[in-house]
Design a protein around this ligand. Structure first.
Ligand SMILES: Cc1cc2nc3c(=O)[nH]c(=O)nc-3n(C[C@H](O)[C@H](O)[C@H](O)COP(=O)(O)OP(=O)(O)OC[C@H]3O[C@@H](n4cnc5c(N)ncnc54)[C@H](O)[C@@H]3O)c2cc1C
Length: 399
């Protein structure tokens, strides 16, 4: 088995490196050009990044050219993500559009939907958010109560969604709504595309542990969308919802190992700089053992990710292996964040001044990693999926 990239892909990697070097501001990623400090600055940067990728032909790398993609493969997408993570390139604001909705439309959408929605999504002209979770429907998503009724040539949507990332920037939301209240809970749900800029949509920010407000509560109060904005069939939204979840768990995080490795480099540097028992933390066997174990786990993540993504060369969507990848990376990153806080120890409150700590990179990793075991389905839910679909254990009746 040869798991190295071929010459064509390595040439693509070289081109990508040159592109990133040319397009990112001089000194990017160093103290001469620190990463944005506020959520607003980060969002503006994210908008610029979406447009820049589009203009330079780096949006939709693996998507068909007739919808504005680049017609390459998932391998190029992986390489691109790795190179972006390596230099800490900005994070775009349309991750939910590009990572979740776009791949799903390519599988489930009508020709008209692909032509209407994919090009502006890739160009960063239309930002998307995901309207799945509700105050009483998270893990048990099929209990959702937001409803959509057909009125003439439109759907009228009423209900509340919560934890809706990027809703404050979004032009459109992909919404799960109940369209047949008499059907069993996994049936009677429809997958709708709903415009956000209208009187019937109210967006209210929710502040996170990091102090930022990337997600929101969204109230639909008689919001309208055209009849043809259903993806899949009416009352068949649960199946479409699961297609999205497989992308959210399996492919959205391609290249994430490179981001974790960058954080690991910062942590190793901090361990060299900071005191431990008998010298620096790097000389302390308690830290050394755990640093080495986590470094190995990130390497395992890399190969696990390659293995999962390779399946998309022959299949249009992923199965329970997406849950295995999601469970693995999120639990591993949480342990990484905890180790980072232990290494920083009493230096933690002052670490912004330490060059080695990467201007808060490790703090963000620690705080942000708490969310990773929750979004896209909690670790318990991933374990349930794996238990049922890989191990053949009895179904969890609650879902
Ligand atoms: C940063 C972030 C961004 C998010 N962005 C979005 C977004 O853009 N759009 C969106 O729709 N949602 C979003 N979410 C919401 C996310 O999908 C939900 O938080 C998640 O599905 C869990 O649902 P819940 O919060 O209602 O927790 P609950 O479902 O109430 O779970 C509470 C606890 O009970 C456990 N549990 C529940 N059921 C079972 C079971 N059957 N077996 C074992 N344990 C169980 C859970 O694992 C968890 O520990 C986001 C979440 C976060 C953290």
């Amino acid at each position: 088995m040869d798991i190295a990239f071929g010459k064509e892909q390595e040439d693509f990697r070289d081109r990508t490196r040159q592109f990133l070097q040319a397009v990112l501001p001089p000194g990017w990623g160093t103290s001469r050009h620190p990463y944005p400090q506020t959520a607003k600055e980060e969002e503006e940067l994210g908008m610029w990044w979406e447009r820049t990728l589009w203009e330079h032909g780096y949006a939709g790398l693996s998507w068909p050219q007739n919808y504005g993609g680049q017609g390459l493969t998932w391998l190029e997408q992986v390489i691109f993500s790795e190179e972006c993570a390596r230099v800490n390139a900005p994070v775009g604001v349309n991750g939910l559009g590009k990572g979740l909705l776009g791949p799903t439309l390519l599988v489930e959408g009508t020709e008209a939907q692909k032509r209407r929605f994919i090009p502006p999504l890739l160009a960063g002209e239309e930002i998307w958010c995901q309207g799945y979770s509700e105050p009483n429907a998270g893990s048990d998503l099929a209990s959702l109560t937001t409803r959509a009724e057909r009125v003439g040539e439109e759907w009228v949507v009423t209900g509340q969604k919560i934890w809706t990332s990027y809703a404050h920037l979004a032009d459109w939301c992909f919404v799960l709504a109940r369209t047949d209240a008499s059907a069993p809970k996994h049936r009677g749900i429809t997958f709708l595309l709903v415009p956000m800029h209208q009187a019937g949509v109210k967006v209210e920010p929710l502040r996170q542990l990091t102090g930022e407000a990337h997600f929101n509560s969204v109230t639909f109060d008689g919001a309208r969308t055209a009849l043809e904005n259903v993806v899949g069939q009416v009352n068949d939204g649960w199946r479409v919802a699961n297609t999205i979840l497989s992308f959210e768990r399996g492919t959205w995080i391609v290249g994430r190992h490179a981001q974790y490795m960058r954080e690991m480099d910062a942590l190793l540097q901090a361990a060299r700089d900071l005191p431990g028992t008998g010298g620096s933390a790097a000389q302390d066997s308690y830290f050394r053992q755990r640093l080495m174990a986590l470094w190995s786990e990130i390497e395992v993540l890399r190969f696990h990710g390659y293995q999962v993504i390779t399946q998309l060369q022959t299949k249009s969507q992923l199965g329970p292996e997406a849950s295995m990848l999601k469970l693995y990376y999120s639990e591993m990153h949480k342990r990484f964040g905890e180790l980072a806080m232990e290494v920083l120890g009493s230096h933690m409150p002052f670490s912004e001044g330490l060059e080695s700590v990467g201007a808060g990179l490790l703090h963000r990793a620690f705080l942000g990693s708490r969310a990773e075991t929750i979004f896209a389905g909690t670790s318990e839910i991933q374990r349930n999926v794996i238990a049922e679909r890989v191990l053949g254990l009895p179904k969890d009746d609650r879902h």
